[in-house]
Structures are given as structure tokens and as C-alpha cells.
Design a binder for this molecule. Structure first.
Ligand SMILES: Cc1cc2nc3c(=O)[nH]c(=O)nc-3n(C[C@H](O)[C@H](O)[C@H](O)COP(=O)(O)O)c2cc1C
Length: 410
């Protein structure tokens, strides 16, 4: 069976989408998500550690999760913004996380979460001015996370000539502007793009450590957290009126969280004065290559927001930063946070992340073969036990690889 989620406003392009599947000899269901109440993933992790497989947000996304359990092919139709899937489309993908479970394994030599159910193939249909190369790589990464294959990327703008023009326009807009000659700043605006509440946010821990380095060098900062909607107006105003801005953001389903994509789409693209925009991008898995697509997208953003790009600081392995009760984990996370403080100092000195020091900060791109072997032989079981202990502390009463919706189908 094939499930198609049309996230376009009021189920736009319905006939065109139906026509795309007309000659396919399979059962197709198309759902217009504009008719459903679907919120952003808030990154609470309950679907992994408290109520395995069940999302804590009680909106209408559960209808989709229940369907995904019996689906082989999964397509998302969405509009594009900044050359990438827009926030409405990304939102339905960020919420897919309950289809995986907390346990970690190596698949196709990448760190991955285990499937809760079965492999899912993934395809993307888009409207507007998409960066096809970026979208193709992203779709492939999403499919691989679900142990499936990419079904491809299709543009709804059929006119080939027009599409070529659209892509050229995107390329022009995305060409990074040369760094402006702004002297290194005395004041920096930092935006936390995580949907997770500030007190639980790993991004917040990173920002605090990084800001210690800034402060040591005499640079002040003001922080805005997008998880608190009440701060959006002020954050927008700060973005428009300041000349040195850092957005710190966790990787969500291979790119930015839908919440941050929504915030960015409300910003003006023209600025009255130049500004430098830099990013701190981090993710749960520790391998550098997991973050590279997100990095590529972020590098294309500043020019599209009327800013110059001052680099992307990339680092994985942030999943446990907020979990500091266990003394072994605390030792590990203290070390990582201290390295962010150093990067704060480095940013204060250089005014950017376009340095060798920042490049080295990412660490290894992938785990060496011996690391994978040791993980499978020894660490996999230790990590599993740790997750089970965490789940117990969270009051979880079900196995972490529970399949709640499969049980309901029987
Ligand atoms: C919905 C969701 C999707 C995620 N996707 C990825 C991913 O694709 N790759 C990755 O390395 N980490 C991924 N993570 C892990 C987060 O990037 C990581 O836990 C980060 O530390 C969260 O920071 P925060 O606490 O500030 O939200 C994901 C987490 C969530 C909740």
C-alpha cells in the first residue's frame, strides 16, 4: 500500500497528484493534512523512552502513524521554501520518529535507530522553487533511516524550461555573499532553534557553554528560544536590527526542525544593514557525515535572508548533554561542553566559524571499522541497558521496541 500526505494548503494540486499515481497498480491513499490538526514535534522523547511508539502530542497525527504501520511506500507532497521542503511538509516528517525505537545499530555502516515496524520507502513531490540536488539527497537519507529506498523526487511544475529557470534563480539566490568587513562583534544575538523546552534542551546547554567563551573575550549576548512562542516577535526584531547573529540548532530528520523552518519563513529577506549569520549545528549521532546535508542547507540560507555566511560549526554526539546525573555521562558531557566554550573564544577572536579550528571541531566523519565491531560486540548491550534504565526512570512500563499500533490492528 502507498500513503501520500498532501501538505499543500487546502489539499492543492489534488488532481495532479492523483494523475501521478494513476497508472500504478497499487492501493493508494491520499490524505490532505491541511484538514488535520498537526503540531510540530517538540522533541520530548516520550515516544522512545516513556510510551514507546506513542507520541505525547494528542493531535490528529496519530491517524497517520496508524496508517504508516501497514504502508510500504510513503510520499510527502509539499511546497518549498529556501529551496528546501517547507515547514508544513517537514512537520509531518519530524513526527515520524515513533516509527523508530530508541535502540541503536549500524545499518549500511551508519549509526541508525532500529525500526519499530518494517522498512518504509520514501518519496518527495514538491511545488515551487526547490533545490533538486539537496532534496534528492535529503529524500535518500530519510528513506535510509527507515531502511527503505528513495522513491525519487518529483516536481509538480511540469514545464521543464520553467523548472530550469527556477533552479537557476535558486542558485543565484543561494550563492554565499562574501563576508562583510564587520569587525568581530561586541554583542551577538543567539537564537535557539530547538523545539524542546529550554530547560531540557541540549542546544541550550551548548549555547551556555559557548557563551562562556564569548564572555571571557568580553562579548555580550542575548538569547531567544523558539520553543517559547512568546519570544518570536522579539527574536524577529533582534534578527532584523542586529549585525551578528548565531542560530544554534539540533538536527531533526536530517535537516532543520520544522519549528525553526517556520520561524525563518516569517523573516524578511531584505535587510537595511549588513549582518553576519553563523550556525551551530549538532545532532544525536556522533558521526560528522550525519550532519553534512543540514550543513549544506544552512550554508545556502544567509544569502536568502539578506545576510553573509560566517560558517557552520558542526558536531554530533549531543544526545546526552542534558542527562547529567550519571557521573560517567557527566564526565563525558563536561568535556564536550568545555570544547564548546573554547569554540566561543575562537568565534570571539575570528568572528566566524570559517576556520581550521572549527573544521577540526567536528571530529571523525564516520566510525572506523574497529569501532563498529566493538560496538556490535560490547557497547551495543551497554547502550541498550542504559536506555532501558533511563526509560525506567521516566516511568516507562512497556518494552522500548513495543509495537502499539500493530497490536491494535490484530
Ligand atoms: C524528531 C527528532 C529528529 C531527530 N533527527 C536526528 C537526525 O536526523 N540525526 C541526528 O543525528 N540526530 C537527530 N535527532 C537528535 C537531536 O538532534 C539531538 O538529540 C539533539 O541533542 C537535540 O537537541 P535539543 O535538546 O536542543 O532539542 C533528532 C531528534 C528528534 C527529537
Amino acid at each position: 500500500m502507498t500513503l501520500v500526505l498532501n501538505t499543500l494548503e487546502s489539499g492543492d494540486c489534488s488532481e495532479q497528484i492523483k494523475a501521478l499515481f494513476a497508472d500504478k497498480n497499487e492501493e493508494i491513499e491520499i490524505i490532505n493534512t491541511a484538514d488535520l490538526k498537526i503540531m510540530h514535534c517538540m522533541g520530548c522523547n516520550n515516544c522512545w523512552l516513556k510510551t514507546p511508539g506513542i507520541c505525547a502530542i494528542k493531535d490528529e497525527y496519530e491517524i497517520i502513524l496508524k496508517k504508516l504501520v501497514s504502508v510500504e511506500n510513503f510520499w510527502v507532497v509539499a511546497d518549498t521554501k529556501f529551496g528546501f521542503i517547507d515547514y508544513r511538509g517537514k512537520r509531518v516528517l519530524d513526527r515520524i520518529v515513533p516509527m523508530l525505537n530508541m535502540y541503536i545499530e549500524f545499518r549500511d555502516s551508519w549509526e541508525r535507530h532500529q525500526l519499530r515496524y518494517h522498512p518504509l520507502n520514501f518519496g518527495f513531490i514538491y511545488k515551487g522553487n526547490g533545490n533538486r540536488e539537496l532534496l534528492e539527497e535529503w529524500s535518500m537519507r530519510v528513506a535510509r533511516n527507515m531502511a527503505g529506498r528513495s522513491l525519487g523526487v518529483i516536481s509538480l511544475d511540469k514545464d521543464e524550461a520553467q523548472e530550469n529557470i527556477a533552479e537557476k534563480q535558486f542558485e543565484t539566490a543561494a550563492t554565499p555573499v562574501e563576508n562583510t568587513t564587520l569587525e568581530s562583534a561586541e554583542h551577538v544575538i543567539i537564537i535557539n532553534g530547538s523545539p524542546r523546552v529550554k530547560k531540557n534542551s541540549n542546544t541550550n546547554k551548548i549555547i551556555q557553554a559557548f557563551a562562556e567563551g564569548l564572555e571571557e573575550a568580553g562579548i555580550t549576548h542575548k538569547l531567544y528560544s523558539l520553543s517559547n512562542h512568546a519570544e518570536w516577535d522579539e527574536a524577529r526584531e533582534a534578527f532584523i536590527t542586529n549585525d551578528n547573529i548565531i542560530i544554534a540548532v539540533p538536527l531533526f530528520v536530517e535537516c532543520l526542525p520544522s519549528l525553526l523552518l517556520e520561524f525563518l519563513s516569517t523573516l524578511p529577506t531584505e535587510r537595511k544593514q549588513p549582518a553576519k549569520l553563523s550556525f551551530i549545528l549538532h545532532g544525536g549521532f556522533d558521526e560528522g557525515h550525519q550532519l553534512r546535508l543540514g550543513e549544506k542547507f544552512l550554508q545556502s540560507l544567509p544569502a536568502q535572508l539578506g545576510c553573509s555566511c560566517s560558517g557552520v560549526l558542526v558536531k554530533g554526539g549531543s544526545f546526552l548533554l542534558r542527562n547529567r546525573e550519571n557521573s560517567y555521562i557527566k564526565k563525558m558531557t563536561d568535556k564536550m561542553l568545555a570544547s564548546y566554550t573554547k569554540m566561543g573564544l575562537s568565534f570571539a577572536r575570528n568572528g566566524s566559524f570559517s576556520t581550521l579550528e572549527a573544521q577540526k571541531f567536528t571530529g571523525p566523519e564516520k566510525n572506523p571499522k574497529i569501532g563498529v565491531i566493538l560496538f556490535n560486540l560490547i557497547f551495543k548491550r551497554i547502550v541498550k541497558k542504559n536506555f532501558e534504565r533511563m526509560a525506567q526512570e521516566w516511568g516507562c512500563t512497556r518494552p522500548l521496541n513495543d509495537k502499539p499500533y500493530l497490536a491494535q490492528q490484530r
